[in-house]
Ligand binder design. Structure first.
Ligand code: SAM
Length: 275
């Protein structure tokens, strides 16, 4: 396949997360999401700590995955209430949790919290997979109390095909394409978050970016190896990559001199204007 960057193809049947490549039913998905937490939680916590959090806040962690951020919120808001939601709660149901952290199976595209009921709504690596993320931002903004905060974090490639390592560039670009085709993932969404927040009436926007780099950190490399291993059968079947090219791309991860940006996690926070 060409290494030239190609924007995602539009898939009108997007948003098929539950049956897609990243479905919770896939072998190894629990471990992959735990690694994602290890990679991303420090950056998320930095962003959340920049907010004027109070111990009695009511929070929603949307698309909570394995629940690391929800548990952190519950620690920070011991006199409040934290709701961890997910389309598929199998990784949340058995987690050890305090009484004020509840788990709720919800599809964020169809289920609402009461308007004006929450101090904080957070979602990481969720909206990028949804077919109409702007609409979801509007729904979430509506759940906020006056003065309440919405924090949305999503990854973007920089772009994938711009990597100076042609085989690695091809692998990243092929994974991006595969996710777009099979479940409607849009890696260009992250750049639209501030506009979506402003259109939803939110103010006081702040943005931060956190790089995920391959070749420098054992945990990040384990995370990326898991992602590439998951994608390999579908990449081969779709013809997006050959086995030998995948092998050449992965060989970079064993070279001490290799480092390359895999994505940037863009974090945006904004709040509903106080009354
Ligand atoms: C890539 S994982 C990220 C998990 C977690 N937010 C993290 O960053 O560690 C995406 C999560 O969003 C959930 N999800 C996907 N579509 C959803 C929807 N429509 N409503 C609620 N959750 C959804 C998935 O089940 C999955 O747990």
């Amino acid at each position: 396949m060409s290494t030239a960057y190609r924007p995602r193809t539009t898939d009108p049947a997007g948003g098929r997360y539950a049956d897609g490549l990243l479905s919770h039913g896939r072998a190894g998905e629990y471990e992959r999401l735990l690694l994602l937490e290890q990679v991303c939680d420090p950056g998320t916590i930095r962003v959340l700590e920049s907010l004027p959090m109070k111990r009695d806040w009511h929070c929603a962690e949307v698309g909570a995955g394995t629940g690391g951020v929800a548990r952190w919120l519950a620690e920070r808001c011991p006199h409040g209430q934290v709701t961890a939601t997910d389309l598929d709660t199998r990784f949340l149901d058995s987690m050890v949790r305090p009484g004020h952290l509840r788990v709720s199976q919800q599809d964020v595209t169809t289920t609402d919290f009461p308007p004006g009921s929450l101090d904080l709504v957070h979602a990481r690596a969720v909206l990028t997979h949804l077919p109409a993320p702007e609409q979801v931002v509007r729904r979430m903004a509506n759940w906020l109390k006056p003065g309440g905060w919405l924090v949305i974090e999503d990854p973007t490639y920089l772009p994938a095909g711009a990597s100076p390592y042609p085989d690695f560039a091809a692998l990243l670009a092929a994974c991006e394409e595969l996710l777009a085709r099979t479940q409607g993932t849009d890696n260009s969404w992250a750049r639209r978050i501030p506009a979506a927040m402003a259109d939803s009436g939110l103010t006081d926007l702040a943005m931060a970016g956190e790089l995920s780099v391959c070749g420098r950190d054992e945990t990040e490399d384990r995370y990326w190896r898991q992602c590439f291993a998951r994608a390999t059968p579908a990449l081969l079947e779709s013809g997006l990559m050959t086995a030998s090219r995948i092998q050449r791309a992965l060989a970079h991860l064993d070279r001490p001199e290799f480092s390359d940006v895999a994505w940037m996690m863009i974090s945006c926070s904004a709040r509903r204007p106080p009354r």
